[in-house]
Design a protein around this ligand. Structure first.
Ligand SMILES: [Zn+2]
Ligand SMILES: [Zn+2]
Length: 394
């Protein structure tokens, strides 16, 4: 059995890792992301395998495959989500409650993706809050050392955002919520921020429907300062995008929704889970769809991100990596999980041509889950593929 297999899930990510002897997770099978849900990623799983699911972030191409575990829930021992799981879901819910949403045109694709995010959260919540044998939920944040072999580098426990709930008049915030969102949701948000502004939010309070729905226990002690920071993170996204929300509410077009959706996706990439693993004396950097901001922060804070193996962020998009970042990571092997997908309005498909050129110029070996096609031509062939169509890494 191989230690790391990158599954070919099309345009998306799913990595299976089987930690070896000596690791505290030695008897577990890791699934790091679950793909978009088109490929049954659980096919090769034995009945006695214990599963630990790691979700780098919310996007459908990373979580969609959750449904394939339906018959195997009993085998899941742990689910690890990024520290801002609840907040990101709450933001998705906020977008779905924009006043213009019901009269929107041609926005089905985006609305569906956001609904899926909210629904997946409900599934995860019901899984981890079930009976005694239900999977444990854990949060991934910077500094969290899962064991000597696995360390989390992102998201940080505290993000750098304006302190809205302490520095602004809450009544102004509430007024804006009422202008932008449906009445019931604005009311939920009002209760949500009032709770934090009084500084008395405590674990397990179920006084607001909006938040209760997403209240996941990470088995961690709740730090009021950090919980306030999380609330500020939500408020910050909503307030920074009020002009966009307003134009969508006036003209509920696909173009306006796409702008909002892209901002949303970018913000999930800023708090995407990034893991560094240390196995076989090799470092592997697992990046999900982490944004440039994530790497630049780590570099500026002097954190060592060098690794021999790099799972390229966001399927080889050039918006998530730069030459400078690549030089800091300095990998021998770059793994690109993709199927020539398009993101937003970008001209080039994943993986980006420029990114491939950087990698080649730096002499980095490129492993692909699918051939790279540009203008209908195959320009780069996949390698290291098994008959089951996954890439063997180690
Ligand atoms: Zn993503
Ligand atoms: Zn992705």
């Amino acid at each position: 059995m191989n230690f790391v297999n990158v599954l070919n899930v099309g345009q998306g990510d799913s990595i299976v890792m089987r930690p070896y002897q000596g690791c505290c997770y030695a008897d577990k099978t890791f699934f790091i992301d679950l793909g978009p849900g088109n490929t049954d990623i659980t096919k090769g799983i034995g009945e006695d395998e214990k599963i630990h699911i790691w979700i780098s972030h919310h996007d459908r191409d990373h979580v969609g495959g959750l449904s394939f575990f339906a018959g195997k829930f009993a085998q899941i021992e742990e689910i690890t989500v990024p520290f801002f799981q609840n907040e990101i879901t709450l933001i998705a819910k906020a977008i779905l409650n924009l006043k213009g949403i019901n009269s929107s045109k041609d926005c089905g694709e985006f609305i569906h993706a956001l609904e899926e995010i909210v629904n997946n959260q409900v599934v995860i919540k019901s899984l981890v809050e079930g009976n005694k044998s239900c999977p444990r939920l854990s949060y991934a944040y910077e500094g969290h050392k899962f064991c000597n072999h696995i360390k989390c580098l992102n998201p940080p426990r505290c993000v750098n955002v304006f302190n809205w709930i302490d520095e602004t008049d809450i009544r102004d915030l509430v007024e804006t919520f009422n202008e932008v969102f449906s009445k019931p949701f604005a009311r939920e948000m009002e209760m949500y921020i009032y709770n934090f502004s009084r500084g008395n939010r405590s674990l397990g309070t179920n006084d607001t429907a909006a938040f209760n729905e997403f209240w996941l226990y990470g088995g961690e002690e709740q730090d009021p300062q950090i919980e306030r920071n999380k609330c500020n993170y939500v408020v910050n996204f909503l307030f920074k995008n009020v002009p966009l929300f307003n134009s969508f509410n006036v003209r509920s077009t696909r173009t306006n929704m796409r702008k909002i959706y892209n901002r949303y996706v970018n913000c999930t990439h800023d708090v995407c889970m990034v893991l560094m693993t240390y196995f076989y004396k090799q470092k592997m950097l697992l990046t999900g769809d982490a944004s440039k901001k994530v790497f630049n922060r780590l570099i500026s804070e002097g954190i060592d991100i060098s690794a021999s193996y790099l799972k390229m962020p966001h399927h080889g998009s050039k918006h998530n990596i730069s030459e400078r970042i690549l030089k800091c990571i300095n990998p021998e092997v770059a793994i690109i999980s993709h199927d020539n997908g398009h993101f937003g309005k970008s001209k080039d498909t994943h993986p980006n041509m420029e990114v491939l050129e950087w990698l080649q110029r730096m002499g980095i070996k490129i492993l692909l889950t699918n051939d790279v096609r540009k203008n209908g031509q195959i320009i780069m062939k996949k390698q290291n593929h098994s008959s089951d169509n996954f890439v063997t890494i180690l």
